[in-house]
Design a protein around this ligand. Sequence first.
Ligand SMILES: Nc1nc2c(c(=O)[nH]1)N[C@H]1C(S)=C(S)[C@@H](COP(=O)(O)OP(=O)(O)OC[C@H]3O[C@@H](n4cnc5c(=O)[nH]c(N)nc54)[C@H](O)[C@@H]3O)O[C@H]1N2
Ligand SMILES: Nc1nc2c(c(=O)[nH]1)N[C@H]1C(S)=C(S)[C@@H](COP(=O)(O)OP(=O)(O)OC[C@H]3O[C@@H](n4cnc5c(=O)[nH]c(N)nc54)[C@H](O)[C@@H]3O)O[C@H]1N2
Ligand code: SF4
Ligand SMILES: [Mo]
Length: 911
Amino acid sequence: MENAQATNESGTKKVYAGCRSCHLNCPVWVTVKDGRAVKVEGDPKLGPPNMGKACVRASEAIQFEYSPTRLRYPLKRAGKRGEGKWERISWDQAVEEIAAKIHSMVEEYGAETFVLPGRTGRHDMGWVAHRIARTIGTPNNYYGAIQVCYLPQFHEHINYGFYTATGGGSAPTNCHVSFSAEQAYAWPIQTQSIMANKENGTKFIVVDPVQGVYASKADEWVPVRPGTDVGLIMGMVKVIIEKELYDKDYIVRWSNAPFLVRGDTGALLLESDIVKGGSDKRYMVWDEKENRLKYWDVEEVQWEGGPSGKAHYDHLVELFEQNKTSTEQSPAAELPDSISPALFGEYEVELCTRGGKITCIPAFQMLTNNVEPWTPEHTEFITGVPADQVVRVATMIGTLKPVDINQGMQYMSTNVSQYVNAINVLKIITGSVDVAGGNVLGAFYPVTPHAFPSELDLSWADGLPLEQKRKRLGYYTHRVGCGYAWEEITKWQPIRPQNADGSLLFPDLTTVMEAAETGRPYPVHGIIAISSNWLMHDPTLARWLKLLDDENKIQLHVVTDVVMTPTAEMADYVLPAVTWMERNFLSFGTGGGSSPVHQAFNKAVEPLCEARHDYDFGALLSKELGKYDKRYVEGRLNDEWTNHWAGEYGKFWPADTIDGQRDLLSREFLGMPFDEMLKRRVAKVPGADTPPSTERYLIAGKFPTDTGKANLFSTIHQKCGYPPLPVYVEPAESPLSRPDLAEEYPLVGSYGKRQPGFFHSEFRQLPWTREMTRTPDVFINPETAARYGVKEGDWIWVEAPPTGGRAPYNRIMGKVSFRFMVAPDVVSYSQHAWWRPEKSATDDLHGAFEWNAEALIEVENNCPETGSGGYRSQLCRIYKATDEDIARYQPEITREQLEALMPMTTEECEA
Ligand SMILES: Nc1nc2c(c(=O)[nH]1)N[C@H]1C(S)=C(S)[C@@H](COP(=O)(O)OP(=O)(O)OC[C@H]3O[C@@H](n4cnc5c(=O)[nH]c(N)nc54)[C@H](O)[C@@H]3O)O[C@H]1N2
Ligand SMILES: Nc1nc2c(c(=O)[nH]1)N[C@H]1C(S)=C(S)[C@@H](COP(=O)(O)OP(=O)(O)OC[C@H]3O[C@@H](n4cnc5c(=O)[nH]c(N)nc54)[C@H](O)[C@@H]3O)O[C@H]1N2
Ligand code: SF4
Ligand SMILES: [Mo]
């Protein structure tokens, strides 16, 4: 076994490790010499996801590991927040003081006074932050970053019962359609497979206001105005419907497109609405064969006049409990010959309750009505995409169906929830959900066996009582993202919703900020940031800084991180965390989805000085808090499912250390000690069946949703009081919605695009990386730039309106980089979360105000359904920076500054 090879004569060994410099956890070899990591490399033998290639961020991990900016000891603030004065303290002292303060604040204000900002993709520890929130008892964890990250994907949960992956699954896809994604930089490894497919004939369409590397390879680059994709999709759907290019068989059988929508309430028509004592599990359709109403019974898994699939389904549920599955098709998979549900028309229906006669239309007719105004010309007017291209692209998608649609990990506009609805419609009418060559669902209850937990399942996400969850900030105001949706989903999914609670439901950033400012609906006084450089990645910087300056407002701010950051500089306690090279890792599949294959990765080097895994901090904190109140330790989880995962341990921290926790999990799910698993590297869950990867609706006879169908008509949106089928809403701050502001701020700012070498705010301090990308580029079309008198290479200011608390930090610098393929009047600021580790804490908080795009974003411009912010469609203006500005900010990094960031040569730990 090559694993963690023995040291050879020259004192080197190669360790099999899991890179986590982004979400993907690629297997890599780390060469270790005399206890120091000296090289990271790929190996074709190591397989997915990187197929042996280590990307630039893996290689640069060596410089990160020994960066002088690494945190080595627990620190306690010695001056004012942001003064850069620290006292080194012991872990014991830190945990004692933090626990005492947390407990007294919980007593005084309630546990919900604590908020935990979001982060992304750190699967080896992300769930630890959830557990810390459960331990304290607050529902307010995971806001901000996660309200934009993965949101378009996670929200599919409400329509299909789980979210889909892109890539086409087991069969090659005819057509890959990508919205709002620069895969080439964001997922370099996965891009390779898309490019390979393209060589084999896959058509490739990219919708993006900027033609980047990815779009330059596309058959069609669709240059949409930022934030208007909903309009574009509506225009395309109109073409697909008019040309009858939709997959009629799929949508009639597997979606709720034929279900009747009540003209009075806007809800789906149920049997109980029209027959006294009728079932509310029966959804009504209009049968064109017999010209009368017929039902689809979700509980009986049955069309009226067809066989029942219930016994088959119940059998699947039994198998699920035994970690088994079946590939036998449900008897209800076929539509009976006697029924032909109408997709169009208007039908008069007599209610059995008060209300008399009402008009109902199939959901598909409603969709057709919604897209009626979206002629190619109107679509061009709103989106900027030429009318003939709208028709051409729509025809291509409709002809090549099923298609693999990537809706992007994030779509940072104030209409994101309607964007999710629109993408959903496009996926369903092309028959692409859970279909080979289309979009593959990550899990499918009850066809995916019980035994495949995902990293999110480890969060014990459902560990709070309902009444406490209902205190989550935003619960009643952003009901799809922050609250009510969860209550609905748990009604139809007995098993997987905890996963949804961890990934789909979050408190709302704006509401959190307002609670901290005003004390309403209750005061927020504590921030615990676990792996979150939140001042760099959440809007609106100026308002947060004001809050942090006031110790009566933010009374406790704790940060755990691997390096000193601007956010950490504003903390009261800073705790050092380990890097991926310094910990063992048991991965339950990559990317947060459920997988039958689990992987284990080794620690390559010892933690730097006193760095600890975040889990170990959580366990210590819980123990210490337990001295005040045993709820913090024993908190039995509140339902059967999470208790199942918690196993016999039945508490938040079943082991003192991360390796102990991994060992328990390894024994429970893989039937072997963690040590053994580390040696094996890869293992399948013993005794569990491997589920089929697509067309699981044919097996189950229904989708795992309330209607038993893929919800074209979003029942959750309807029940939460939002439009269930896409409607176009202009971004909250755009030239069309705010002509008043646009007079002075005429350009559309799109803030934050991935670039190679960086992961969000990370790696700005690495000399290699900064040699490649020294400064943030501002991509502008030369014609637009010429109108504002700026040239290639100029340092300019990008300035947002001062409203919404953005002033005084409402302008940032950047360097102009011409791109001919940028939609006119768009300013694309190449990155978010830039800070300047080369500057000191007292120099504007490590330069946190100079290049940080968050400062330009008005947080109150947000999505009604989810609270998600409009990071990529806000107004701005540009102008040249003066010589005085350049002298003041010294934007070019110097050789001396780079040298000061060179890796430490020895660990230099103090006693
Ligand atoms: N304008 C704009 N804003 C954006 C975006 C955008 O595109 N434009 N993108 C948004 C998106 S999609 C996301 S996901 C967020 C990014 O949000 P995050 O994922 O939170 O990224 P960072 O801000 O870099 O903060 C992560 C911090 O965790 C630290 N860290 C790394 N590993 C560990 C560990 O194991 N333990 C601990 N304790 N700390 C660790 C890093 O050093 C870093 O300081 O930003 C969002 N904000
Ligand atoms: N190198 C690197 N890789 C990363 C990350 C990183 O920080 N660095 N972060 C990871 C994370 S957390 C995430 S969420 C993903 C993000 O992954 P992606 O979403 O793929 O990456 P981005 O480059 O942020 O944005 C994609 C594209 O959206 C375009 N865009 C902006 N506004 C609009 C719009 O209104 N409509 C459309 N159609 N397009 C628009 C931008 O021009 C950009 O080219 O990347 C992941 N991978
Ligand atoms: S940074 Fe991401 S893509 Fe690159 S090797 Fe590491 S895990 Fe894989
Ligand atoms: Mo993200």
